[in-house]
Write a protein that binds this ligand. Structure first.
Ligand code: DX5
Ligand code: ZN
Length: 221
């Protein structure tokens, strides 16, 4: 199985010390920066947009994994690529022409992925999987950090991994929401390989050690 990646969510960073927190991630065992974009329509919350992403990019030495929680993301793909996105994921529920949107992401030189909300059936992915570098399964309702992980995710990861294997693909499965050192091992066992962690990392007294510990547990099996 592919090596397991950790993507700290900058939503939980201290925005007044963005350079410091970006450098903390640079100097940890983290693999990517997870960047949550929220528009107040697709999800109830508003987070940040292009200028903040550009500010993170200025100091980041690792890829930016940009998770778009916005309606009609196809309107902004080019701009997100311009400010430094390396991976862009869009919600299945947010765009009518998903296939076209994925092509758009690839055309601007980024890796493309689809995000599913907790209750969106996995079978909507069947025909589009070969177009995806990664599938992000939400393990909370999107919009806010610090929520409790939903256990239904384990079953969804197992079934999605089966679907990916059946098609002979090696698509990454990323999990977002409530990931901690308590559930990451079971998620790896279920078939996930990429993990977002926000509050578990940034609300800890030693964020670096917390990231390194997640990375170690995920890669132990
Ligand atoms: C929520 C975001 C998550 C969030 C995760 O909609 O997609 O990336 O930052 O935060 P935690 O790890 O605190 O659940
Ligand atoms: Zn996210």
């Amino acid at each position: 199985m592919a090596s397991k990646l950790i993507a700290p969510s900058m939503l939980a960073a201290d925005f007044g010390n963005l350079q410091r927190d970006t450098e903390m991630v640079n100097n940890s065992d983290a693999d990517w920066f997870h960047i949550d974009v929220m528009d107040g329509h697709f999800v109830p919350n508003i987070s940040y947009g292009m200028p903040v992403i550009a500010a993170i990019k200025k100091h980041a030495k690792k890829p930016l994994d940009v998770h778009l929680m916005i309606e009609k993301p196809e309107r902004y793909i080019e701009e997100f690529a311009k400010v430094g996105a390396d991976i862009i994921t869009v919600h299945y529920e947010s765009t009518v022409h998903l296939h076209r949107t994925l092509r758009q992401i690839k055309d601007v030189g980024c890796k493309a992925g689809i995000v599913l909300n907790i209750t969106t059936p996995l079978n909507v992915l069947e025909d589009i999987l070969p177009e995806c570098y990664m599938i992000l399964l939400m393990s909370i309702n999107p919009g806010f950090g610090g929520q409790k992980f939903e256990d239904i995710t384990y079953k969804r990861v197992k079934n999605l991994r089966k679907m990916i294997n059946k098609q002979g693909l090696d698509t990454r499965i990323e999990i977002d929401g409530g990931v901690t050192d308590k559930n990451i091992e079971k998620l790896v066992e279920a078939g996930a390989d990429t993990f977002v962690a926000g509050s578990h990392v940034f609300k800890n007294d030693d964020p670096t050690a917390t990231i390194n510990n997640l990375k170690r547990i995920a890669n132990t099996n």
